[in-house]
Design a binder for this molecule. Structure first.
Ligand code: ADP
Length: 878
């Protein structure tokens, strides 16, 4: 890479232009090299040395490289860091390059090996086992606008599942949040009135997103004259599919991955949740962004990666039809009732290979003999599972629907079993994966080379005898092939012209020879070996296409196994935590007895603490619960656990409760007041209000809403006023089921006017000046907020707490005199809470005194106690 325009440099720049904003992996021998800015980026992400090579425009060219044999792990890290990579391979050997130069009449010594980009590696187009997380789906999504409507095409190319849907442009954010894609592709002219395009989206030419083009591609790929058999697809869906396939074409350089027939996602079939709700409920990832701490992590007991991926999908899109939910629950119930059967099945599933992903690699042309072996073993096992389950009585309907998909691959399994060795290798260059007895010709070739090897061994002892050199050896290396080696001191005898040996190489201490006989046997081995490899390669192609031909039915088997795994895993989780099967009903109730929060409960269990179960009882005449009580008292936990129980139930899971009756919910909303969302560049209060507005616009009578401290992000008067108005609107207009946590005592007065609203609080006690949080929900308004006690619990210095107490006294006195914050809202002034507080404090003094064992105090302790009591008493006086 010296000078300005070496041929290599020109080739590099041409490839780099093609690679665009992808990092270019430029193959040089055993390394992929990166240059210029690519090298700087990669060296930073990978933490590898940045060197230089030659110069360009008088400047040294920055360079770094990764070894080809371990490129996958480096790729994984680059992809995780948000990079995309173009792989430029050598597409001819140096010999071929020289021959070409000779033909073209250019200098042979400078012949440059031709290179091409063979593939783009991007987050959404991975199939390699090493680059994928086994328990997470990996979605590539294309979004496109057609006459103001949005179409979405989503595919997990590791398994080939493709889903198309229409989407209201206003709900795009929610749809993307539901899908959680690794990569998004959009047309370059994203409609301006749709707001910002999805973060990190890749822009492609508008012409890629043509609906008729998309339709034609789908028909070609699946060999059908019409798509009607797959479903009814809108123009927007087909345009999105077109954009998706064009991008796959681009990334795979014309080689398409596994694409199963597209299916239409029915929007109404899923419980609707927007982005904010998903984030606040921490369904498949926690607020920190990881899986840990999420609902998914707390309930996932799946034995297979495919099961875990299906569970994540179930939780992301719970159902809204009672029949579908009941079908899943019945299967979970069946496994729940039979722990032995469940354990057996899970044991078998744990050993099952990921056939969906193996199939994906095979169809994408990146399959290995091992992948074929995985398909063979997985399908064989699926059939055994079918036979085992089919023999059971009282099978639920969903199981009977799944079982037929587990079989039907007899001929293919048989073929693979005959053709492959028991544990085929991941590399196919060296052969050795086709079993003996499958191909007589191949066996013969193997025998020939085996015989020749034996002949060479015999030749060695014969030569030793003939020459009388006991140290003579026949050896093999990669450069010379087979050769005869003797120590130097014996070499002369073999050097003689009539010895029958020809000299090949003199080493320090040894000399190497050839002989006619050895040459012949070696040629036989090489020829037979070459033919054997070619034969194995041909069989690999046949077997691969035999598998690819049945891709749809194999994918169905994989899906059925995943569904079984989810059900058995859910049953396992339920048994572990003593969870119950929820009753799904049509009336608008939400009756949970002994409800628990699965994530908080698990976190507490780790430190040996007990979770306090609580009941929730919403119905038509008691739709809205207003929940007060101290900070840290458990309000948020109660709100979220109620929402999670609804979500779990509609996803077809058992729920963490003693019993649950759940009236179907169409939309679920969860909002936390003034949650920090600075990343989106809005003030926290603005976010709170935008989210509240969305609920007020979208919730229906069938919805379930949890609102946590709404109105907290602004001044007291504004906040109270807004919270008041929101509660009234939820009660009067939306008429949905709602849990509303608040620290505004003043809202209690709404109970006087709203007939379907009731007051509740989380209980707390102050004992000997210490706050005790009971995490127990009780009827009635909260008496006070215990803010100062919480501050003290949190370690705020005593002097500050004492000062705050003095300020509070003043404020409360003022409130008692003027009627307080909500004085203008009705005729009745609020309770003068200050007097209550004062009484409490006197009580606590009395309690402390009563608890003192005067005789046991040292004079010093007595004095300290006296000072403390005096201070506490003093702080109640303004
Ligand atoms: P709030 O919303 O009232 O401020 P949280 O719901 O955030 O309170 O709860 C604070 C902490 O209290 C939780 O992190 C948890 O450790 C504990 N907690 C909440 N609910 C319970 C419960 N039912 N049983 C036991 N501990 C609980």
């Amino acid at each position: 890479m010296a000078g300005k325009s070496t041929p290599m440099m020109e080739q590099y720049h041409a490839l780099k232009r093609e690679a665009g904003d992808c990092l270019l992996f430029y193959r040089m021998g055993d390394f992929f090299e990166l240059f210029f800015d690519d090298a700087r980026t990669a060296a930073g992400v990978l933490d590898i040395a940045l060197t230089t090579r030659g110069e360009h425009g008088g400047e040294p060219v920055p360079m770094c490289g990764v070894p080809v044999h371990s490129a996958e792990s480096y790729l994984a890290r680059l992809i995780r860091a948000g990079c995309r990579v173009a792989i430029a391979e050598q597409v001819e050997t140096p010999e071929e390059a020289k021959a070409r130069a000779r033909r073209e009449g250019s200098p042979v010594s400078k012949a440059l090996v031709r290179r091409d980009i063979v593939r783009f590696v991007t987050a959404g187009t991975l199939t390699e086992e090493a680059l994928l997380e086994p328990r997470r789906a990996n979605l590539l999504v294309a979004i496109c606008d057609v006459r103001g409507k949005a179409g979405i095409a989503a595919i997990d190319i590791s398994t080939g599942r493709m889903v198309l849907e229409d989407c209201d442009p206003a709900r795009l954010g929610a749809a993307i949040a539901r899908l959680g894609p690794s990569e998004v592709v959009i047309p370059e002219d994203w409609p301006a009135d749709w707001g910002e395009p999805p973060a990190g989206a890749i822009e492609r030419a508008r012409s890629d997103f043509a609906s008729d083009g998309g339709e034609r591609r789908l028909k070609d790929i699946h060999g059908v004259a019409t798509l009607d058999g797959f479903g009814a697809f809108s123009r927007a869906m087909l345009a999105a599919a077109g954009g998706l396939i064009a991008y796959l074409d681009h990334a795979g350089r014309g080689r398409l991955p596994l694409l199963l027939p597209p299916v239409v996602r029915a929007g109404e079939a899923a419980l609707a949740m927007d982005e904010a709700t998903r984030a606040s409920l921490e369904i498949v990832r926690s607020q920190q962004g990881g899986r840990e701490g999420s609902l998914l992590a707390a309930i996932d007991r799946c034995a297979t990666g495919a099961g875990a991926r299906q569970l994540a999908e179930d939780l992301s899109a719970p159902l809204t039809d009672a029949a579908g939910i009941e079908a899943r629950l019945a299967l979970v119930g069946w496994f729940h009732a039979d722990p032995v059967l469940r354990a057996e099945l899970r044991e078998v599933l744990r050993a099952l290979p990921d056939i969906g992903r193996a199939l994906g690699r095979i169809v994408a042309g990146r399959g290995s003999p091992r992948d074929l072996g995985q398909v063979r073993d997985g399908l064989a096992e699926a059939r055994r599972i079918r036979d085992h389950l089919q023999a059971r009585p009282d099978r639920p309907a969903l199981l009977d629907a799944l079982l037929p998909h587990l079989g039907g691959h007899g001929a293919l399994v048989d073929l693979l079993q005959r053709a492959l060795v028991p544990a085929p290798p991941t590399e196919r260059q060296n052969g050795g994966f086709i079993a003996e007895g499958y191909d007589a010709g191949l066996d013969e070739l193997r025998q020939t080379s085996g015989n020749a090897r034996r002949a060479i061994a015999a030749m060695e002892s014969r030569y030793r005898e003939e020459t009388g050199i006991a140290a003579l050896k026949i050896r093999h290396n990669g450069v010379l092939g087979y050769f005869i080696e003797v120590p130097s001191k014996h070499a002369d005898a073999l050097m003689a012209p009539d010895s029958g040996f020809t000299h090949r190489q003199t080493m320090a201490g040894a000399v190497r020879f050839n002989s006619l006989g050895l040459h012949e046997e070696a040629a036989r081995i090489a020829e037979a070996g070459g033919h054997a490899l070619a034969a194995e390669e041909a069989h690999f192609e046949e077997l691969t296409s035999a598998v690819a031909e049945r891709r749809e039915t194999i994918a169905e088997t994989a899906a059925a196994l995943a569904r079984l795994d989810v059900a058995a895993g859910n049953a396992e989780r339920a048994a572990e935590g003593d969870w119950c099967r929820p009753a799904i009903v049509e009336d608008r109730c939400l009756e949970i007895a002994g409800g628990r929060h699965p994530v908080v409960e698990a976190a507490l269990a780790r430190t040996g603490e007990r979770f306090v179960a609580n009941d929730c009882r919403l119905g038509d005449d008691d739709r809205l619960w207003l929940i007060g009580g101290p900070n840290m008292g458990g309000k948020s936990t109660f709100l979220r656990q109620s929402a999670l129980i609804v979500l779990l139930a509609q996803a077809g899971c058992f729920v963490p409760a003693a019993s649950a009756r759940i009236g179907l919910v169409d939309r679920l909303f969860s909002r936390v007041g003034a949650s920090d969302n600075l990343a989106r560049g809005r003030s926290t209060f603005m976010v709170e209000m935008v989210e509240t507005a969305a609920i007020l616009a979208q919730a229906s009578e069938r919805s379930f809403v949890i609102l946590d401290e709404v109105g907290r992000g602004t001044s007291t008067y504004d906040g109270l006023a807004l919270a008041w108005a929101v509660v009234e609107a939820v009660h009067e207009t939306l008429r949905c089921r709602c849990l509303f946590a608040t620290h505004y005592h003043e809202l209690s007065r709404l109970a006087e006017t709203c007939e379907a609203l009731s007051l509740h609080h989380v209980r707390a006690r102050e004992w000997k000046g210490e706050l005790v949080l009971l995490h127990e929900l009780a009827r009635g308004p909260a008496d006070r907020s215990y803010g100062l006690a919480v501050a003290r619990l949190a370690g705020v210095p005593e002097a500050v707490v004492a000062r705050a107490r003095a300020v509070l006294e003043r404020l409360e006195k003022g409130r008692a005199e003027t009627g307080g914050l909500a004085a203008g809202l009705g005729d009745l002034p609020l309770f003068a809470a200050a007097t209550a507080v004062e009484e409490e404090r006197v009580d606590s003094l009395r309690e402390t005194l009563a608890a003192l064992d005067v005789d046991a105090l040292s004079p010093r302790e007595a004095l300290d106690t006296l000072y403390r009591l005096k201070q506490e008493a003093g702080s109640t006086k303004p």
